[in-house]
Design a protein around this ligand. Sequence first.
Ligand code: ATP
Ligand code: MG
Ligand code: MG
Ligand code: MG
Length: 568
Amino acid sequence: MANAAQVQRMSRLMIKTLRDDPADAETASHKLLVRAGYVRRSSAGIWTWLPLGMKVLENVSRVVREEMDAIGGQEVLLPALLPKEPYETSGRWEEYGDLLFRLKDRKGADYLLGPTHEEIFTLTVKDQCTSYKDLPVILYQIQIKYRDEARPRSGVLRGREFHMKDSYSFDTTDEGLAQSYALHREAYQKIFQRLGLDYRIVSAVSGAMGGSASEEFLAPAAAGEDTFVDCPSCDYAANTEAVTVKVEPADGAAHGPVEELDTPDTPTIETLAEHLGVPASATLKNLLVKVDGEIVAVGVPGDREVDLGKLGEHLAPATVELVTAEDFTDRPELVRGYVGPQGLAGKAFRYLADPRVAPGTAWITGANKEGKHARNVVVGRDFEVDDYLDVVVVEPGDPCPKCGTGLKIDRAIEIGHIFQLGRKYADAFELDVLGQNGKPVRVTMGSYGIGVSRAVAALAEQTHDDKGLCWPREIAPADVHVVAAGKATQTELALEVGERLGAAGLRVLVDDRAGVSPGVKFTDAELLGIPTIVVAGRRAGEGVVEVKDRRTGEREELTVEEAVARLG
Ligand code: ATP
Ligand code: MG
Ligand code: MG
Ligand code: MG
């Protein structure tokens, strides 16, 4: 008996394929997912998942679920509509700025649509777990997230509403957290391998999550918005956002007051140089900031200029020096920044000491090869000092900081991100459990994300060809696409093959549409990207079909029996 659920007739499937690319689409995944009828744009960055797209999305979710369950993750579903208060407690109501969708209920109370859920998971565990015996625990959900992205584009690659698997680990010890992190890292490797994604694990910055250690899973693709460096000889790989400089903790640093220098609010390089007593040239093209002889910042144009005010807030006792490219010719790979004639943002200070921060903490700015892609991160807050690499690597061929081999630089899509948060949220929400000795123990956390909807687009980016989508089997909306290329005889045979393949446990789509030419059906079959195409055509009368591999194009004529035996 055929398993009807496994056989989908295209004549009854809600699908409208398009011959032309959507006008605003730039990336292959955007064009093809729309043209093949998997998704449709609802409004900017907000997408409807149509039946075939939904199947792919569900397949990705299933793989994610299976591997999360395998490491002991427990699935939950938290609300997406959240009250403001927990995000005020953590500081992220403010910190997230325009990225947050904020709304009010009828009584005027503030709400938000969850961009990520550290706060709410922390509160859930605070409510549910009281003893060290209740931990460790790993909780996850697959849920729709909301971020009012400045540039929603590339279709579902960057949505304002998107599907994410987010999980959170809760442990009582640092070793426990390291173990939970390692479990996730392994699960992610399995997930992305099963999804058929080509990916790299790279060092990352922690962004708005806070915390210390963090790695990203990047899928190399031209359409990606991330840039990463990759060593062809060793395992070194890092997001350029995270490629920074080493800052040695200042030994036994003596803490003292910060001395404000008498400079204008927006000092120029010249006034700064003058105040700091370092040489400045009128034609400064590059700027490095050295603290006690170590480079801590690279200046770049626009809003990423070295902010000496911020730099100082986080500096251990140190002498701040401005170094020009000319002064740094012995390590030219470190010199990529540019400070324009408009000068530096912020006020100048001479930082003698700052008792608020641990020695070795400093602001870092990194730059990509265009000198644009820079971010401020704080060593010690976003990273362990030991995680630091001592080179700012920004151009292809720059030496790998581990082995010296010339590095490659590639574009990639961030498909996953894992963080050791530590106690940031546990502190904010006073998340303690009773320890073995009866005393409260502060919990330590990790948070781990996978872009489920983004993974669909990343796969489309990596696997498509000039004819259309080209799914790996595990993720494809069906295993076999049977085309009835002709009239009654062909349709009859196509349905028979479909039924028999379905009965053999395969997921089958049968293109039984009447009044659609074989040419159009073939084109659609290539566009849809189901891994095996079976055509009931010219030799249908003899019970012979053609079996074609979508990826390789290899084709073979087989009897129905042979085809079922081969594919089933
Ligand atoms: P990006 O750098 O691309 O903006 P992110 O670092 O802000 O991503 P995280 O906060 O680390 O994202 O979220 C976890 C995962 O969710 C990401 O690794 C990514 O796969 C996915 N993701 C994040 N933002 C989006 C988005 N706007 N659309 C689709 N997926 C997203
Ligand atoms: Mg983001
Ligand atoms: Mg990111
Ligand atoms: Mg991230």
